[in-house]
Design a protein around this ligand. Structure first.
Ligand SMILES: [Zn+2]
Length: 280
């Protein structure tokens, strides 16, 4: 599933192509997204057609397309919110290029291009935000670990939680944008055991935040982690998989101490860690 670095890579790829373009129409496949919920076509048209894409941004793992009527600045940002789910892809292509299978939402743009949302498994979503801040998915998000969170705020939040640190970091209302891969990597980087109680690691908030940031920034620098489906806005796989220290490396030697990386499964998610470097 795409996490913060993959979404950020896509946003950086799309922003220069989409900024300033006018949306001229919206098409949908008629199939529901995010577990078969219907797409709000009328709402999407209301926030996009005849409007200019003023900005392409990211909140946690969500992509936001802020639109504006020509020459008018809205009191609150309006536009479209996209979540890539498991297999979602967002690309700009010429309108006359064949549409990929599983294309579910298409925004026609001035100049003859289309912004296409393709999602084989349909766990993603494309929703109107009028305003964007009113979308529940965005409203619940905690601080962004790259742009907003600081060590003191993280320490205070950790102090209030008895959850395992891994679950704490995956909770989007605590920290926005992390998923299973980058949490495993960040905990390894900070030498924190994935099942350590959050409040017990509050004294290490600065190291933990530094590891989270280093992990995310490395992922962005290498244009995302491709295990199976993820591609960037130009359709290319990311290079970060080779840089992963623990994720997917069960049985391989730890890069720091040489002992075998372990995998354990909790709530159907795999956790990869080094039991020697990450003591409880
Ligand atoms: Zn180790």
């Amino acid at each position: 599933m795409p996490e913060l670095p993959e979404v950020e890579t896509i946003v950086r790829g799309l922003a220069p192509v989409l900024r300033g373009r006018t949306v001229t129409g919206v098409w949908t496949s008629g199939l529901g997204l995010r577990l078969a919920r219907a797409v709000d076509v009328r709402g999407l048209r209301a926030v996009s057609v005849g409007r200019v894409i003023a900005d392409v941004g990211r909140r946690g793992k969500y992509i936001t397309l802020v639109t504006r009527a020509k020459g008018v600045r809205d009191a609150e940002a309006r536009g479209v919110c996209v979540h890539l789910g498991m297999t979602g892809r967002l690309r700009v292509q010429p309108a006359d290029a064949p549409r990929a299978p599983h294309t579910h939402v298409v925004f026609s743009l001035d100049g003859g291009d289309e912004l296409r949302f393709v999602d084989a498994r349909r766990f993603g979503f494309v929703a109107p935000g009028d305003p964007l801040a009113a979308l529940a998915a965005l409203a619940i998000l905690g601080p962004d670990p790259l742009a907003e969170l600081d060590a003191d705020a993280l320490a205070r939040a950790l102090a209030t939680s008895r959850a395992p640190i891994k679950a704490f970091l995956l909770d989007q209302s605590r920290v926005a944008g992390l998923g299973n891969i980058y949490v495993c990597e960040a905990l390894f980087g900070a030498r924190v055991h994935p099942r350590a109680e959050a409040r017990r690691v509050r004294g290490r908030a600065a190291e933990l935040l530094a590891a989270v940031r280093a992990t995310l920034e490395g992922g962005i620098a290498r244009r995302g982690t491709t295990l199976r489906d993820y591609v960037d806005a130009d359709g290319f796989a990311g290079d970060n998989a080779a840089a992963l220290q623990v994720y997917g490396r069960e049985g391989e030697p730890c890069s720091r101490c040489g002992s075998a990386i372990r995998r354990r499964v909790d709530a159907a998610r795999s956790t990869f860690f080094c039991a020697r470097c990450q003591k409880r």
